[in-house]
Design a protein around this ligand. Structure first.
Ligand SMILES: Cc1ncc(COP(=O)(O)O)c(C=O)c1O
Length: 346
């Protein structure tokens, strides 16, 4: 098993050297705890530089924590949260959204990770009916769990619909950097300017150790969020180390360099696979993930060498993810291993 190189997830990659160095640099002497230190003020300033002064930002520790705390803060337990059936909220948060918010999650079937206004519309018929959970939030993921990316127009359409129907729009931006890099737009264009109310902003998959944030564009919703953050156990005392990670990612647009590189490696991988007969790429490669089907016996052989996830066992569909530290040689080696695994079963 090649433990060093995995195509399983950008969560498996290390932290970027510059991020670790930044953490070491702030590791000097005492600093005021719980976010009143100069490094956190600097990180907040940088968030305002990116998204504008009219935001409220809170640094968080985990993506799940950011999603759940945001949703808990803007809902009441009789509400419903609308999301894709492929969403992290629905599949990978151990029902924390339901447990903590008390809300019902309404999953919309999605073949590409995105949800669309036409699918949400029929769900609103329960609005105002006291026997039904009341839709209050639409949550979308950017980039999606299937490695696709919402175009700004697609988000705007959902945002307009949300606005017209007294719903909030939450964006799980665990990989917003990859989305912005893929779209060649700014972070604000794919979130704030597209009408998102609250954004879970991800740093961890982009080269941080544990740095996530909640950015409220609808500041009304941020009122008293500091108490929710504390109750959600996401307020870390040694905040300077989280802030230092963001400061490193924002400095010189390291976040963009990392995301562009990860996306480029995914495109390279997909490009190399396109002429292999037994491989079929199943999703558009718009961020840093490649989804493909291949014969199950070849998957088994490949998994002896590389760690990655089988996404859909029935369809023999796998997910391969790239990261800021994936190299062209990693891709070459991986594609060779794929070819060998296919030769072995032919
Ligand atoms: C789309 C998405 N959202 C949120 C998260 C949550 O991250 P964490 O593992 O930090 O809770 C992940 C993690 O992989 C993710 O892929």
């Amino acid at each position: 098993m090649n433990q060093l190189k995995s195509f399983a997830s950008d969560n498996n990659s290390p932290a970027h050297d510059k991020v670790l160095r930044a953490m070491t640099e702030v590791n000097k002497g005492d600093a005021i705890a719980y976010g009143d230190d100069i490094h956190t003020l600097e990180a907040e300033r940088r968030f305002r530089e990116i998204f504008g002064k009219d935001i409220s930002v809170f640094l968080m520790l985990t993506g799940t924590g950011a999603n759940v705390a945001a949703l808990a803060h803007i809902t009441r337990p009789y509400h419903a949260i609308i999301c894709s059936d492929k969403s992290h909220l629905e599949n990978d948060e151990c029902a924390a959204p339901e447990k903590v918010t008390g809300c019902k999650l309404i999953r919309i079937p999605s073949s590409d990770g995105k949800i669309r206004k036409e699918q949400i519309e029929p769900l609103l018929k329960s609005k105002g009916f006291q026997h039904h959970a009341q839709p209050k939030v639409i949550s979308i993921t950017q980039s999606t769990e299937l490695g696709t990316v919402y175009q700004p127009d697609e988000i705007r359409e959902i945002a307009r619909f949300a606005n017209e129907n007294d719903l909030y729009l939450h964006m799980d931006g665990a990989r917003i950097a990859n989305a912005a890099a893929g779209l060649d737009c700014t972070l604000a264009e794919t979130s704030k300017f597209s009408g998102v109310d609250v954004l879970s902003f991800g740093g961890t998959k982009n080269g941080a150790v544990n740095a996530e944030a909640l950015v409220f564009f609808n500041r009304e919703l941020a009122r008293e969020f500091e108490y929710t953050r504390k109750q959600s156990m996401q307020l870390t005392s040694k905040m300077r180390y989280v802030s230092a990670q963001f400061n490193a990612l924002f400095y010189g647009d390291l976040w963009l360099e990392n995301a562009r590189h990860a996306n480029k490696m995914a495109r390279l991988l997909a490009g190399r696979l396109r002429d292999i007969e037994d491989i079929r790429i199943t999703q558009n490669v718009e961020a840093n993930a490649v989804f493909a089907t291949m014969p199950p016996q070849a998957i088994e052989i490949l998994q002896r060498q590389y760690f990655f996830y089988i996404w859909d066992k029935e369809r023999n569909e796998v997910r391969w993810m790239t990261s800021f530290n994936t190299t062209e040689k990693d891709i070459d080696d991986f594609v060779s291993a794929i070819r060998i695994s296919l030769e072995k079963i032919s």
